[in-house]
Ligand binder design. Structure first.
Ligand code: SF4
Length: 282
């Protein structure tokens, strides 16, 4: 018997509230990292762009205008406690919450039911992308992000030969950022997934974007790789919104997983400066 029962309405209310929050507030570290960029940035044009992004962050909640016109698709990593029973399936509950939030906060309906031929809009920004895992306990933990299309479009995955080394991977990451140019709306956060298989390395890269921006990877080798990648990306002269300078990237976050002896999958998930995510526990 489950120890705890959770009503759909209680989840919906919390999720709507959380969507409302991230619509107007990016990751709290983004503003700090942008202010740090201003200490190093010498060129006038990228400095102007960074000042504008910071003003936008400060004005958005007061004006009640979303941080970006692309209010994204909602991506949720959910951890469901095994001692918890839900009133209805989580996908339906999250879609219900998304539909309410879309109307309540005037979010752009950005999702299509058919990707290729009809390309008809679902009208309420559903469905939510849900990655569900079961964990011990009686809590429901939801990591949620509003993921914009521009940065997502420029993300890439490559199945490396297992003989590849960290420099080969770094080359791929920097090339991905260069190919993206201004289209991914830099300054970026770069999520890098290494290992797993074809589908899980993409998930690792996305999940890495939820990690704290101000703490390095717990493994020394990957922490060093994050720092080296950050420096390499910031020497590309792409800069804030493609205006040149040293502020192309705010942070690189790496997640890894076990992988097959014949494989070395690598995925790069780019995230723009409108880095909107939140974690809630219910
Ligand atoms: S990539 Fe980000 S900042 Fe650029 S339009 Fe999309 S959500 Fe907005």
């Amino acid at each position: 018997m489950p120890d705890r029962y959770l009503r759909a309405e209680d989840i919906v209310n919390r999720v709507v509230e959380a969507i409302g929050f991230i619509t107007f507030h990016p990751d709290p570290m983004i503003e700090t990292l942008l202010q740090n960029c201003l200490l190093k940035e010498k060129k006038e044009l990228p400095r102007d762009v960074i000042h504008t992004i910071i003003s936008n962050i400060q004005l958005s909640p007061d004006c009640g205008i979303p941080l970006c016109q692309d209010t994204g698709s909602l991506v949720v990593f959910a951890e469901l406690g095994s001692a918890l029973s839900l009133e209805e399936d989580l996908s339906s509950t999250l879609n219900e919450a998304m539909a309410i939030a879309q109307k309540k906060f005037f979010l752009r309906a950005s999702l299509l039911s058919d990707p290729l031929f009809a390309r008809n809009n679902t009208g309420n920004n559903t469905p939510v992308t849900l990655h569900l895992s079961q964990v011990p306990g009686d809590q429901l933990k939801l990591l949620m992000a509003q993921k914009g299309g521009g940065a997502e479009n420029m993300s890439r995955l490559k199945m490396f030969n297992p003989s590849a080394n960290d420099q080969d991977i770094a080359e791929f990451v920097v090339e991905t950022v260069k190919r993206a140019g201004a289209k991914a709306c830099p300054p970026l956060v770069v999520g890098l997934g290494i290992g797993g298989n074809f589908e899980t390395c993409a998930l690792l890269a996305k999940r890495a974007l939820f990690d704290p921006l101000n703490s390095p990877n717990p493994a020394e080798s990957y922490a060093r790789m994050e720092q080296e990648l950050l420096e390499k990306i910031n020497s590309t002269d792409i800069g804030a919104q493609g205006m040149g300078g040293v502020s192309t990237c705010l942070a690189v976050k790496i997640r890894t997983a076990e992988c097959h002896i014949a494989s070395l999958p690598v995925a790069v998930n780019l995230q723009c400066h409108a880095h909107r995510h939140i974690e809630i526990s219910i």
